[in-house]
Structure formats: C-alpha cells, structure tokens
Design a protein around this ligand. Structure first.
Ligand code: GAR
Length: 202
C-alpha cells in the first residue's frame, strides 16, 4: 500500500510542488499526496495542487482557538488516512493535541540552520546577523516553534552581495531538494532516534 502524505500550507506552495514532483518522479517511492490543506483562502499552493489533480481543502483558521482549529484539520487528515504530515510553509503553531495525535509523523521545513533564526523572515535575520553560512532544516515537529529533532540540514554560503531575495532563492532551491530526501527517509523508516538525534540507518 502506498504511504499517504498530507500537506499543510498557508501560501505559495513551492515546497509542496517539489514534494509532488518527487512523488511523481519516483524519488519518493511508494507514496502519494492524499490531501493538501490550507488555513488561508486563496493560497496559491491550493491552485497548484488542484492543477495536479490532488485533493484540497481550505479550512480557514481566522478567529478559531488553536485546538478547535487543529481538531478540524486532524479530522480531514484522518479522513484521507494520512501516514505522514508535511508542513510546507504552514504559518501556524500546532497545538499539543495535534502534536500528540501524530507522534513523529509531522515534518516541517524551515529556511535557516536551526536552532538559529526560528520564526519569521529567517533569511533576513541571518543576513542582518552577519552569518557566513545560512541554509535550511527539515525537522520533526513538536509544540514549540521551529523546534523538534532535525532530520536533514543543507548549508548555503552567504555572499557579500546577497540581498534577502537572492539568499532566499538559493536557500529555497536547497529546501526543495532536501525536503524530498527527508520524507523518503521517514516514510521508509530509515532512521532511529537517540534522544534528539535522528540517526540514519540502512
Ligand atoms: C519556505 O521558505 C519555508 O521554509 C518557510 O516558508 C516558505 C514557504 O514557501 N517556512 C517557514 O518559515 C516555517 N517556519 P513555499 O510556500 O513556497 O513552500
């Protein structure tokens, strides 16, 4: 049976698209994207999913208490029998309820070398801090912001002439590459957890 991926997003959806491409190309074998859920109406990621013929659902989060909202999302993921949940530019903190319901089954991609620069505008934070290396992180999700055990990171050198846009673009390219790798590792259970460390196995 194919493993079923549920994607949560809030906006552009380029990481979703990279995952969908990897599934289609067999780089994430034996898997399918079961549903794409957005908390924002009009998220371009939803149109991208629709044009690929993938099931979508918009569940507006505005005004809802965190757990009340997360229960609605969890119900849709259950309905689509999601084995793994991939956050792809999903700009919401998850409730303890949601995290406990899907233990070690939620991944996030973040555009920094965590634990540096969590939160918003990470690429700008990195430039302003003056780091020489930036990058991205795929990690398991816990109820803290951009925390949780790290599966893969990719490093991008910061150039003197970089702007937020140019650095973000180079990081995004790496995001698209490593997210698929991490999803494959997790779906194939080719890792073991030792404390916070995610060690790769064969
Ligand atoms: C990506 O850069 C992703 O790493 C970031 O939002 C962007 C979404 O782009 N996520 C976070 O900052 C999560 N804390 P996308 O919609 O094109 O995938």
């Amino acid at each position: 049976m194919k493993k079923r991926i549920g994607v949560l997003l809030s906006g552009r959806g380029s990481n979703f698209e990279a995952l969908a491409e990897s599934v289609a190309a067999g780089r994430i074998p034996n898997a399918e994207i079961a549903v794409v859920i957005s908390n924002r109406e009009g998220a371009p990621g939803i149109q991208r999913a629709e044009s690929r013929g993938i099931k979508t659902r918009v569940i507006p989060s505005k005004g809802l208490e965190r757990e009340v909202y997360d229960r609605q999302v969890a119900a849709v993921l259950d309905e689509h029998k999601a084995d793994l949940i991939c956050l792809a530019g999903y700009m919401r903190l998850l409730s303890p309820f949601f995290v406990a319901k899907f233990p070690n089954r939620i991944l996030n991609i973040h555009p920094s070398l965590l634990p540096s620069f969590p939160g918003l505008e990470s690429q700008r934070q990195a430039l302003e801090y003056g780091v020489k290396f930036a990058g991205c992180t795929v990690h398991f999700v816990d109820e803290n912001l951009d925390a949780g055990p790290i599966v893969i990171q990719a490093v991008v050198a910061v150039e003197d002439q970089d702007t937020e846009e140019s650095l973000s673009a180079r990081i995004l390219k790496e995001e698209h590459r490593v997210y698929s790798q991490a999803v494959k590792i997790v779906l194939e259970e080719k890792y073991k957890m030792v404390g916070r460390r995610v060690l790769l196995t064969n």
